[in-house]
Ligand binder design. Structure first.
Ligand code: ADP
Ligand code: MG
Length: 510
């Protein structure tokens, strides 16, 4: 019996590329008006499935129904006719065309004598730009747009078909946080307009924020579909990786050593207002908090980037205040920054070159770089972090986000660092690579380093840290033993909660 709530249904879809069974027995129902997440690790088959839905690939067997009616998707035109538009994972726009020309590429509107009707096309594009509240015009050249604006240009192109269903295949892979927020606004607007959305991503925090349902794919099969409100990170991650979370977080007991870093009443800029904490050797200290709590800024002050107004720091008992990152480096602090695209890597350089960027001087013998040592280092790092690449000469820009991040981290694995600061190292990284990054932190802790781990995913802090310090409004407002804390407590304090001393159950403030 047809269910009028269901816009799109996939029934028993199978697809192989040669011997590689990519999709098996895929059953999926997309409800009218919902944002439905398709989740799965790299290679799970997400893109293949949506390419089948949009007629880019043909399936080996199975059925697609739109509004309860079977539809043959022999080409992208068929899916457009059925009201389905897609923005592909690797969708390219022509940089030297404007937004309008891009939007109508290959399907230009023409007037009476076959001349292109630019005026009409432009006004249609303008209308869609307005719908999603974009801040640029239809005649802007693509090359002059930011990555986020290009994403909007692609969405506008898809909207020209007035689709009932819009599919976004990993739209946020290369967007900044601000651009992601804008995209979410756009998705919200489209939802209000009644557009149904399939959203592919491996960023769980996003998925939990903006979707109504979640379908997890693994090993070519659907592992389950859930209303977003009735599942959680734990369940979804376990399904994605096919393991219990214990295996996902390679935590090990490490004996806590001496205090390696002391920070007392540190003030810097507007966002750091009296931060105090201790870090021990062998310890992974999580820094939880909301955006703007001052976590990164505190680290930047420690690292000699932001000026310190007042307060004191000691490394192994010695007073310390870096005036530059170089001084901080020499004092033994490694800082793996948040935004690897801007601060971390040089996409146009190869892996070998990127790895040696911060450590070249270590291999220089009388000014010459010791290529043999550099090669050994590359092999060590590749093994330790399991970097998936063709070799030392591959350009970093060609690697997946997770592997790029491993290169950024790898760069700091040489040298005499006592303290490692990881600022949101797993952002935009697939689940397999996350585990490798956690392993690396644990391994550094075992070597006696102190680790500071900034993250907005409390789940991973709870999974890998020994202690969690919550920052709010420029201070550390609460510290927890990571094994004892629950997520609500972290959120409560991050959101500016206060110690409740009035109730009978209030515990002693320690
Ligand atoms: P996801 O989008 O979930 O990362 P994909 O659908 O891109 O996964 O890929 C699933 C599997 O199908 C991978 O093993 C990939 O190598 C394979 N695959 C995808 N497209 C092709 C293709 N055109 N030819 C051969 N194999 C492909
Ligand atoms: Mg994909």
């Amino acid at each position: 019996m047809a269910d009028s709530q269901i816009l799109l249904e996939c029934r028993e879809i199978y697809k192989s590329f040669d011997k590689n069974k990519v999709l098996q027995d895929i059953n999926l129902k997309i409800k009218r008006g919902e944002v439905h997440a398709l989740l799965g690790q790299n290679g799970a088959g997400k893109s293949t499935l949506v390419k089948i839905i949009t007629g880019v690939y043909s399936m080996d067997s199975g059925q697609i129904l739109v509004d309860g009616q079977p539809v043959k998707m022999n080409s992208p035109k068929d899916s457009e006719k059925a009201g389905i538009s897609i923005i592909h994972q690797d969708q390219q726009l022509v940089p030297y065309f404007d937004v309008t020309r891009n939007a109508f590429l290959g399907s230009e509107l023409t007037g009476k004598c076959g001349k292109m009707d630019f005026k009409k096309m432009r006004s249609l594009v303008q209308e869609k730009l307005k719908l999603i509240d974009s801040d640029f015009t239809a005649d802007r050249q693509i090359s002059s747009l930011s990555v986020g604006q290009r994403e909007q240009a692609a969405i506008v192109t898809a909207l020209l078909q007035n689709p009932k269903l819009l599919i976004l295949d990993e739209p946020t892979a290369s967007l900044s946080n601000r651009e992601i927020e804008k995209l979410f606004e756009v998705i919200g607007k489209l939802k209000e307009e009644g557009v149904t959305i399939i959203y592919i991503s491996h960023h769980l925090d996003e998925i939990f924020r903006i979707t109504d349902s979640i379908t997890v794919l693994r090993d070519s099969r659907v592992q389950g579909t859930f209303p977003t409100g009735r599942t959680d990170h734990k369940e979804v991650v376990s399904l994605m990786i096919g393991k219990e979370l214990k295996e996902f977080y390679p935590k090990e007991e490490v004996v806590k050593g001496d205090v390696v870093l002391e920070v007392d009443d540190l003030y810097s800029g507007e966002l750091v207002r009296g931060v105090s904490f201790r870090l021990h050797r062998g310890e992974i200290l999580g820094l939880a908090g909301l955006v703007g709590a001052g976590r990164t800024e505190t680290m930047l002050a420690m690292y000699g980037v932001e000026k310190i107004k007042s307060g004191s720091m000691k490394i192994e008992g010695q007073p310390f205040a870096a005036k530059s990152p170089l001084q901080a480096c020499k004092a033994g602090i490694a800082f793996i920054p948040e935004d690897r695209r801007n601060e971390g890597i040089v996409a146009q350089m190869d892996i070998g070159e990127n790895l040696s960027l911060s450590s070249t001087r270590l291999w220089a013998k009388r000014g010459l770089i010791d290529r043999r040592r550099e090669s050994t280092f590359f092999e060590d790092i590749r093994k330790a972090l399991n970097i998936v690449c063709t070799g030392k000469k591959q350009l970093v820009g060609e690697l997946s986000g997770g592997n790029q991040q491993k290169v950024v981290i790898g760069r700091w694995m040489v040298g005499d660092f006592k303290i490692f600061v990881f600022d949101q190292p797993t952002t935009g990284v697939d689940i397999g690579a996350k585990t490798e990054i956690y392993k690396q932190m644990v391994s550094l802790a075992k070597q006696g380093c102190g680790i500071i781990f900034i993250s907005s995913e409390n789940e991973e802090l709870m999974g890998i840290c020994d202690r969690i310090a919550v920052m709010a409004k420029g201070r550390i407002v609460k510290e927890f033993d990571a094994a004892q804390v629950n997520e609500q407590d972290i959120l409560y304090w991050a959101a500016g909660g206060e110690e409740d001393n009035s109730g009978k159950e209030a515990e002693g403030v320690g």
